[in-house]
Design a protein around this ligand. Structure first.
Ligand SMILES: Nc1nc2c(ncn2[C@@H]2O[C@H](COP(=O)(O)OP(=O)(O)O)[C@@H](O)[C@H]2O)c(=O)[nH]1
Ligand SMILES: [Mg+2]
Ligand SMILES: [Zn+2]
Ligand SMILES: [Zn+2]
Length: 392
């Protein structure tokens, strides 16, 4: 059976976020740089417009050496584009959070789980869209925690190392190859997406000025996962009556939210009285550290097979979101909750742990993630890539 995935007539570059018609893509000569000066000087090859009226060409011939090439590059920033660019919807998911909130470990574990388990439960395939993603994920995320059993170094600032800004890009496509799956698919509005993940560095989020310069991707996002380390909240530390040092004592969780809101409003020209429609998933990270503060009967503690059902469990989702919102309010997060309510039309609360326990001297003995996929699944549900359902 053959499916016609919905084709777009434009694409958004996942590196510089410029929007282009499909026929505006450029190519890079794939020949040996010793042989062809186009290849040597990375001179973009622009296809003739009448060769490709409204579609994206898959290959062109180099105007210098005549060799064919399928390496697509962005006409604005010259970055190499994933080969699948333009085929599917572009979704850009950004993980936002203060320094030490757990963003890097979260992304590392989430992607691993999506590849190995979650996507197939929903009949999707999840695969890296380009070689850079494969090597960056291995180098900066996977190797440390899954191979060496060590924590990931703090993300370097994009100011110092431009490569930090490179997103991880994945294709998420519905497999649907039998009658039942194709029935499920027919009810979905979308069935494929290119998803870019950004890991932001704490330093880049320090001031609005820095966010503006480096984090254009925040206001261009299709969805935001906003991570909060519960131990960052004074009242949580007091309740646990431990001498836990917060990564940053003086930082209130609503400060980063205000800066994010201001950035999105300015970047997209949204007036103060209009709600922002980017969905925001607020997630408590590292919930393994606050076990004593969570009622053991709550859904948060369980995950029993809910992702095996192939739909987004709305009853479970609502229960968790209400629980976490109430927890945040009771821990002095009223202001945060109110700010979120008044600025974002679409928001929900989640709770997760990427590692399942605290590393000891930067060593991770065992990784037992819990509910890491929930915010991501909610975003997919919002974009109608997966269906929602209720328990009978
Ligand atoms: N207990 C616990 N600690 C975590 C978890 N995830 C991260 N951490 C700790 O928090 C530190 C900061 O996490 P990181 O992902 O680097 O934060 P980032 O600055 O937001 O990228 C790590 O070095 C770990 O020690 C978790 O799920 N549980
Ligand atoms: Mg980090
Ligand atoms: Zn050439
Ligand atoms: Zn670009």
């Amino acid at each position: 059976m053959k499916f016609n995935f919905r084709k777009k007539d434009y694409y958004i570059c996942p590196y510089c976020f410029s929007k282009h018609d499909l026929n505006e893509v450029n190519f890079l000569c794939a020949n040996d740089p010793e042989v062809c000066s186009n290849a040597k000087n990375r001179i973009p090859i622009k296809p003739r417009i009448d060769d490709n009226k409204n579609k994206m060409l898959d290959l062109v011939f180099c105007n210098e050496c005549g060799k064919e090439t399928n390496i697509k590059i962005c006409p604005s920033c010259k970055s190499e584009l994933p080969n699948s660019i333009g085929e599917y919807d572009n979704l850009i998911f950004t993980v936002v959070g203060d320094r030490g909130a757990g963003k890097s470990h979260y992304i590392a574990v989430l992607i691993n789980k999506l590849m190995n388990e979650i996507s197939s439960n929903f009949n999707y395939s999840f695969s890296a869209a380009n070689d850079e993603t494969i090597s960056k994920y291995r180098r900066d995320f996977f190797n440390a925690i899954f191979r060496k059993g060590e924590t990931i170094d703090s993300t370097r600032s994009a100011k110092i190392e431009p490569c930090v800004k490179q997103p991880l890009i994945y294709n998420f496509t519905f497999k649907g190859n039998n009658i039942i799956e194709s029935f499920v698919k027919s009810k979905l509005k979308n069935n494929a997406a290119t998803i870019a993940f950004f890991d932001t560095s704490g330093e880049d989020l320090n001031s609005e000025e820095a966010m503006k310069t480096f984090d254009k991707y925040i206001y261009s996002s299709s969805g935001i996962i906003f991570l909060i380390d519960p131990l960052q909240m004074r009242s949580v530390r007091q309740k646990l009556s431990k001498d836990i040092e917060a990564v940053d004592e003086d930082r209130e969780i609503e400060d980063l939210l205000s800066r994010t809101v201001n950035l999105i409003r300015k970047g997209n020209g949204i007036k103060i009285d209009k709600p922002i429609d980017i969905p925001v998933a607020v997630a408590l990270s590292k919930i393994d550290t606050i076990k004593p503060l969570i009622d053991q009967s709550k859904f948060i503690n369980y995950s029993g097979g809910r992702v095996n059902k192939g739909y987004f469990d709305l009853s479970d989702f609502e229960d968790i979101s209400e629980t976490v919102e109430a927890l945040l309010r009771s821990w002095g997060g009223e202001n945060f909750v109110n700010q979120l309510n008044s600025n974002f039309k679409n928001h929900a609360y989640f709770a997760l742990t990427a590692l399942g326990s605290s590393p000891c001297d930067n060593r991770i003995s065992e990784i037992t993630p819990h509910r890491v996929e929930d915010p991501f699944l909610w975003l997919l549900y919002k974009y109608k890539l997966i269906n929602g359902g209720r328990r009978k």
